[in-house]
Ligand binder design. Structure first.
Ligand code: FAD
Length: 366
């Protein structure tokens, strides 16, 4: 096989997941989106692909592994952000296999504006699109103008518009494909050059200006990126192979969205005033809640430990493999327990942000 692809038989998927858990499967690693396109066009891809992986930073795979072949798209290129150019269509094109944190920081330092809030998020460019990542008030979906994907069912290469990707909050139509069909190989972004950044989160503004009320001030993107990296590090939100506090998927649960009637019930059930519940109206009838607040309110505090699994010391939404010996079942077990407790306490169902493969959380509703 060429350097562009490696087939690993009976490979422990725990080596390819930031949870450090998951069973064995055959794994085909492809070095770039461009290489994947070539393989597809020449009919050289396996026809039994059952799972697509990028950096494995948002997937929890069962201890039994998965049948068929796992296709992993992952580049070894260390600094992919430093040589970006605007293409003839005005977009900046990224390879789906590139490392997202290296790309985001490299691009920011090279004078591109738009990615500085999203530095430090683990994974690949393709995974970032499929997960619809965002951080500190900025969302990747606002920058994506086009993408290319390999269709595993036909071997053809398709052009995708944002509507084909179906972006939602930490979700897309591509995230929920079972079995997988479209694999993102290239992504076209609309990035500005030389523009300034306006903080949308007080935490970021405070880190930059020392005064959280200074949101109106603008800052050079590289300065913002450093502030974001410091904030993320203080919450164990930067994956490190030597730090079990980061061996999870960042936030395990999405911030839930409910209607005003359910919000009124929640306030009554918790015997609190509305202002005591962290919440953000995001549409006329939709209120977003803080999953972390709900988890702590249900009695699960930072640092909570259950066998090999724990809640991160620095943020309550991080379910982590604290010893490195947790099984996927143990991790899903604690997640299910917390989900049940939040339902009992607040009448809200939390949905997982990572993709669960061969695992399910019990529905706490009667
Ligand atoms: C410490 C830590 C902090 C985090 N912080 C954040 C954060 O601040 N904000 C945030 O949004 N997320 C965060 N995450 C979650 C995660 O990093 C992102 O969701 C990331 O974009 C996942 O990318 P990945 O390449 O690792 O995808 P994977 O985990 O490998 O895959 C995720 C999903 O995408 C699919 N997929 C991956 N690549 C492709 C592709 N090329 N084509 C088609 N499908 C594909 C997979 O099949 C799966 O369904 C964090 C995770 C960790 C461990």
């Amino acid at each position: 096989m060429s350097e562009e692809l490696v087939l690993l038989r009976d490979e422990p998927l725990s080596r390819h997941s930031t949870f450090h858990a998951g069973g064995r499967s055959d794994l085909l690693v492809v070095e770039s989106g461009a290489a994947l396109e070539r393989l597809a066009v020449h009919g050289e891809l396996p026809d039994d692909v059952s799972l697509v992986l990028g950096g494995g930073s948002n997937v929890l795979v069962s201890d039994d592994g998965v049948p068929g072949t796992v296709l992993k798209l992952r580049s070894r290129r260390a600094s992919p952000g430093t040589e970006l150019r605007r293409a003839d269509d005005g977009n900046v094109w990224l390879d789906g296999a590139w490392d997202w944190p290296a790309l985001a920081l490299g691009a920011t330092d090279a004078g591109w504006q738009g990615l500085e809030s999203m530095v430090g998020i683990p994974g690949t460019v393709g995974g970032a699109v499929v997960q619809s990542i965002g951080a500190y008030g900025y969302e990747l979906r606002d920058l994506v103008v086009a993408a290319r994907a390999v269709d595993l069912s036909t071997g053809s290469v398709l052009e995708l518009a944002p509507a084909d990707i179906g972006f939602r909050y930490r979700n897309t139509d591509l995230k929920t494909q079972a079995p997988p069909r479209l694999v993102v190989t290239q992504v076209g972004l609309r990035l500005a050059r030389g523009a300034q950044h306006t903080p949308r989160y007080d935490q970021v503004a405070a880190k930059l200006g020392g005064d959280g009320s200074m949101r109106a001030t603008t800052y050079p993107p590289p300065e913002v990126a450093r502030a974001v990296l410091q904030l993320r590090a203080s919450k164990s939100m930067i994956y490190r192979a030597d730090d079990p506090q980061t061996w999870g998927a960042g936030s395990f649960f999405k911030n839930p969205e409910i209607g005003p009637d359910q919000f009124a019930v929640l306030v009554e059930q918790l015997s609190v005033s509305p202002s005591e519940v962290p919440h953000w109206p995001i549409a006329p009838d939709v209120i977003r809640l803080s999953a972390g607040w709900l988890v702590e309110r249900a009695g699960y505090r930072r640092g909570f430990r259950s066998g090999n699994v724990a809640l991160c010391d620095n943020h309550a939404l991080g379910i982590v493999n604290a010893t490195g010996h947790a099984s996927a079942a143990e991790i899903a077990g604690l997640a299910g327990e917390i989900r049940g407790a939040v339902w009992e306490n607040a009448g809200v169902v939390l949905d997982p942000e990572p993709v669960l493969v061969g695992l399910e959380l019990p529905d706490p509703r009667p």
